[in-house]
Design a protein around this ligand. Structure first.
Ligand SMILES: C[S@@+](CC[C@H](N)C(=O)[O-])C[C@H]1O[C@@H](n2cnc3c(N)ncnc32)[C@H](O)[C@@H]1O
Length: 222
């Protein structure tokens, strides 16, 4: 069996199947269907060199609803430069590429997420440029920044939300949250809200009420 370090693409192929997220049947992804083997495989690897858990092996409700909204409203991304931050499996980025975005970049701090995103983009015959590293605090080079399901960790949300509000002065920013504990508490524009089926083993529930928000620069005149 491949290891993530020596052969990331082989590791992903060995530990996933090609499947579709419930809300986005148009897009095929390398996904973990039985949670235990992939988490166990990754925990062994994680012990060896300390990588992140395999977030990239699941289509979280955040990216599912962003992707659904983009595919149903392609005019909102057509001809625009889209950046998917914390892309995981890259589902939102792939939806943007399929819907006519001029350039699509996908960012994650986990190199395995970028590898999975590249494999998934290839599976759907679209071009998505991987952008490694931590972009928080930098000035985004895009027209639309999308970010899904990042408010599950207090320290992470405390860094990301103020940065996204700053970014909203420069580009459009969409944040999709499935009711995580550290979601923004200020009132935000709701683009769409709906229930998304989730992996019971991961979430301990069958569905999560998920909301796609548009962040707005409140210093700008109406
Ligand atoms: C729960 S997953 C969500 C993935 C994807 N957005 C989705 O909704 O399916 C969270 C992702 O955030 C990434 N992440 C965490 N901190 C990050 C940071 N500072 N910059 C970029 N990605 C980050 C993780 O590596 C992981 O892929």
């Amino acid at each position: 069996m491949s290891t993530a370090l020596s052969d990331p693409a082989g590791f992903i192929n060995d530990n996933t199947v090609i499947a579709q997220a419930t809300l986005v049947p148009e897009i095929s992804l390398h996904l973990a269907t039985e949670i235990t083997p992939i988490w166990q495989a990754s925990e062994v690897y994680l012990e060896q060199i300390g990588i992140e858990p395999p977030f990239w092996a699941f289509a979280w409700p955040g990216s599912q609803l962003i992707a659904r909204f983009i595919l149903d409203n392609p005019d909102l991304v057509q001809g625009r430069r889209v950046l998917d931050v914390a892309c995981g499996c890259g589902l939102a980025a792939i939806a943007a590429a399929l819907s006519g975005a001029s350039v699509v970049q996908a960012n994650d701090i986990d190199f395995m997420a970028l590898e999975a995103t590249s494999l998934n983009a290839r599976l759907n015959n679209v071009a998505v440029t991987p952008l490694p590293g931590d972009l928080i605090g930098t000035i985004p080079d895009c027209d639309l920044l999308v970010i899904g399901d990042v408010c599950y960790n207090e320290a992470m949300a405390a860094r990301i939300i103020p940065w996204l509000l700053e970014c909203s002065k420069i580009c459009e920013v969409w944040l999709c949250d499935p009711g995580r504990h550290y979601a923004p508490s200020m009132p935000l524009e709701v683009l769409i809200r709906q229930s998304v089926f989730v992996t019971q083993e991961l979430e301990s529930v069958e569905q999560r009420a998920t909301t796609l928000f548009r962040l707005r620069d409140i210093s700008a005149p109406d």
